[in-house]
Design a binder for this molecule. Structure first.
Ligand code: FAD
Length: 474
């Protein structure tokens, strides 16, 4: 019999549910297939850095599979519909009996998979899908009324209770097939999609690198995480997001690795603070399945659709380029543009700035993030933006508006992070780094740095008005 593993967002051999299941029968011929879909990726605004990261990780995976005697077939198609055609033909040509794949939870992906199952079923191929990219499957953590939680804290508590009942298992990488290792016959050509170099010292591609980073983080840094995670100048977070977003690492691997070093992590131990972030990741994915409209640009809170956003291209571009005149915002945006990654605290600050200071539609920010982020992930990104824009479930209430200057003072007091990204402020003393123009004026200096493009106090008032009008119109 022939088993096919259709790889998508699960580019690893360890703890890969579909791959593991496909290899269970030692007598089966096991093949793997990856279909690149540049047209679809364009529609989903995939960042060129993420595409390059996926490409490199895929090439490494091809080698790891070959060592186990599993050939990875590659085909570039345009979009999901074309990949489906290719899959059906491939199954026929290769006389595939069973297809194994891990679920994706975004709406287009789910529709594609439903169509694939139907098509292959007609061809007599048995399809098996797996919940793989989450600790617990969507729908398995619910309120007493069997509905999805809309508030994070009770979700997290229920989630931990579920974990106490039984931890999700981690599967080993499959052993080599009976024939032993094979040679890589066809190297994968670069995707026909914009590919952009990323910093491979910060985000080395592939599973080995991911595991090494996880092992390192799980020993010591995770303990300091609670104290350090809000300081953008400190390397205090795991930087595992790109691996989780592309499936080079599984959340189960993270959970087990943390518990190995910190067995009390689910019982109030220090390391729980970090595990709770993984639970945020689960929360947004579970939500997306319970409310598929989230995949279709819909706000969770309906009345926020009535907010009259400002269409100001100059402001949007100033924000994108890190030229708003608010140092913490600008430094953050330049980090994003350069690395394709931004510290979580800063994601909250810049998102709040775009929506609440510039009154620009959060969809514009959401899209720009996707176009830049190496770790872009629909559920987490949409969740983060709707949180910041006060349009989401369990979001910041609309009248709570970050002050970008005080946020900077609080989380980057000496301006250490700001200086890394805004060399034009090098001459400004620490005490004035968050309001450099006030200092320049007083001291008769000129700065090659923009004046604030809006005044926070006025902007705040305008935003409150806009939200209040939208709410009363509902
Ligand atoms: P750590 O602090 O070490 O966290 C560990 C892991 O938990 C992360 O790798 C990530 O997988 C998960 N995680 C942490 N925080 C969140 C969160 N708030 N929501 C969901 N998952 C979380 N994360 C993405 O992976 N992709 C995105 O596209 C994305 N967009 C965001 C947009 C906005 C506006 C905001 C406010 C947050 C966004 N996040 C996104 C969440 C978070 O900022 C990143 O996951 C985190 O900064 C990645 O760095 P890390 O791996 O060092 O995180």
């Amino acid at each position: 019999t022939t088993h096919l593993v259709w790889l998508r967002n699960d580019l690893r051999i360890n703890d890969n549910s579909a791959l593991y299941a496909a290899c269970r029968d030692p007598g089966a011929r096991v093949l793997a297939l990856f279909t690149a879909t540049p047209g679809q990726w364009q529609q989903h605004h995939m960042a060129p850095k993420q595409a390059a990261f996926i490409y490199q990780s895929l090439c490494l995976l091809q080698g790891a599979l070959a060592e186990r005697g599993i050939p990875l077939h590659y085909q570039q198609c345009d979009d999901f519909a074309a990949s489906l055609e290719y899959l059906a033909d491939f199954c026929q040509q290769q006389q595939v009996d069973q297809l194994f794949y891990n679920y994706q939870y975004e709406i287009n992906e789910r529709q594609r998979d439903a169509a694939a199952e139907k098509r292959l079923d007609d061809q007599g191929v048995i399809c098996q899908g797996f919940d793989d990219s989450l600790l617990l499957p969507p729908g398995s953590v619910q309120t007493g009324n069997h509905t999805m939680f809309k508030v994070f804290t009770p979700f997290s508590k229920a989630f931990v209770r579920r974990l106490h009942q039984g931890l999700p298992e981690c599967h080993m990488a499959p052993r080599a097939r009976a024939g032993g290792p094979i040679a890589v016959e066809h190297e994968i050509p670069p995707f026909d999609y914009p590919l952009e170099d990323f910093d491979a010292t910060l985000f080395p591609a592939g599973e080995e690198a991911a595991l090494q980073q996880l092992r390192h983080f799980a020993q010591q840094p995770v303990v300091a995480y609670a104290a350090e995670r809000d300081k953008p100048a400190v390397d205090g977070t795991s930087r595992l997001s790109v691996y989780l977003a592309t499936g080079v690492l599984s959340p189960r691997q993270c959970l087990h690795r943390i518990l190995k070093h910190h067995p009390d992590a689910l019982d109030g131990g220090h390391a729980f603070v970090w595990l709770n972030e993984l639970i945020w990741r689960e929360f947004y994915r579970h939500l997306m399945v319970a409310f598929p409209a989230l995949c279709k640009h819909q706000p969770f809170v309906a009345w926020t659709r009535n907010v009259r956003w400002q269409k100001n291209q100059n402001h949007l571009v100033a924000w994108q380029q890190g030229k708003t005149g608010y140092p913490i915002v600008d430094a953050a945006m330049r980090q994003l543009n350069t690395l394709g990654w931004m510290h979580n605290r800063l994601r909250m600050i810049v998102a709040s700035f775009l929506v609440k200071d510039l009154l620009i539609d959060w969809h514009d920010g959401e899209r720009y993030f996707m176009q830049q982020l190496i770790d872009g992930d629909l559920a987490a990104n949409n969740g983060g933006w709707q949180w910041a824009a006060s349009t989401g479930t369990d979001a910041a209430p609309y009248f709570r508006i970050f002050n970008p200057t005080t946020q900077g003072e609080r989380f980057d007091p000496q301006g250490e992070f700001i200086r890394q990204w805004l060399p034009e402020l090098a001459a400004v003393p620490d005490a004035h780094i968050h309001q450099p123009h006030a200092w320049a004026q007083k001291n008769n200096k000129t700065l090659d740095y923009p004046e604030p493009i809006v005044e926070h106090k006025d902007a705040r008032k305008k935003t409150l008005d806009a939200f209040e009008r939208a709410r009363s119109a509902a």
